[in-house]
Design a protein around this ligand. Sequence first.
Ligand code: NAP
Length: 370
Amino acid sequence: MLLTGVTGFVGAHLLNELLHRTGSRVHCVVRARDDGSAQARVDAAMAEYGLAPVDTGRVRAYAGDLAQDRFSLPEELYTRLASSVDVVVNNAASVSAAQSYGTIRGANVTGTHHVLRFAARTRLKRVHHISTLAVLLADDPVARQGLEARISGRPEARLRSSGYWLSKWVAEQLVNTAAERGLPVTIHRLARVSGHSSTGAWARGDFWNRILGGGLRIGALPDTRWADRFTPVDHVAAAVVELMLQPRSTGKVFHIADTPVVDIADIARWLSETGHPVGILPWEQWVKEVASDPDNPMALLIPHLRQGVSGRASDVLPSEEQNVDCRRFREALDSTGITFPAPGPALFGRYADALGLPSDHPETTAGSAL
Ligand SMILES: NC(=O)c1ccc[n+]([C@@H]2O[C@H](COP(=O)([O-])OP(=O)(O)OC[C@H]3O[C@@H](n4cnc5c(N)ncnc54)[C@H](OP(=O)(O)O)[C@@H]3O)[C@@H](O)[C@H]2O)c1
């Protein structure tokens, strides 16, 4: 199979899960100088998230760029892969909320177009497209009801306010067209992918990881209505790979999001219960405190947040008030034992511990005394 975005947070965990659950060889296109550096980047990603090193007999990394024609691979290699691969996981994307549509279109839209073209070349390949619940912000009855189905309609203003969300919506439209033309595709719409449920390892640049890290540094979270669905990355990878292994998932859309919405007040309470005391500060005061702490992980985002943000969740996060139907996902995973852990003190205490910040939690205090 071909897996894209393997040097990223979700991709590294998908690779780990695929290697455990299948006997497949996995080919990876990685932005790098040469194939050796591409392989080194895969190894570094696995190490960064505390995952087992990959067996190079099963995982091959090639230097390439999805935004370029033929992934910028040599013609002979591209043709060989196109005739030997039978499944493609289109996971790569530029996920920066701060970048414009024009900046990330190459990776997210052109990249998807190239992946679909690859999937149709020589032999039809099954495609698993990794998307986001944010596409439900479209002006479309299916989207408004939050259904696990293809979305047409038009992107509404809020969706268009983010280049990233818009690019993921456009990418889904390309996938829909490919499906209508006979390509066997499955769409997996992810919620917030949070840290690993055991180790707490989480993408450093993630918005919520920055909020937790930044909030713990100053002992306060902002008084906002920010809320989200938190799905630990190891459970997301297990769910997506399980769905990939089910032949009946072809042609379907799944919401990998079967967990309740939690808000910032819940999180503050859970952190405090596990010995990471945080209060709640009024928005303006919180922003001021963060801005005066240059090493704060949120400091970088302050200019972005100040632009018209009044602390309303809808300004920066898509999913807190949306209808999100997960019935198909739940049915498909019924009896597999794969579920999401209930969000609560255990999970968020682990995230705080993984951030390695000051705590009066007995275990952490003992550990840091060594
Ligand atoms: N994390 C979440 O909470 C979340 C939520 C909903 C949906 N998703 C979806 O999940 C997928 C993975 O996200 P993530 O959080 O794992 O992001 P990430 O950590 O930033 O990883 C993105 C990956 O895509 C690769 N990539 C980007 N542009 C590329 C290009 N032109 N050619 C080749 N590779 C390219 C990156 O390579 P480099 O290392 O070279 O940059 C990296 O490996 C995305 O499709 C995203 O939309 C994520």
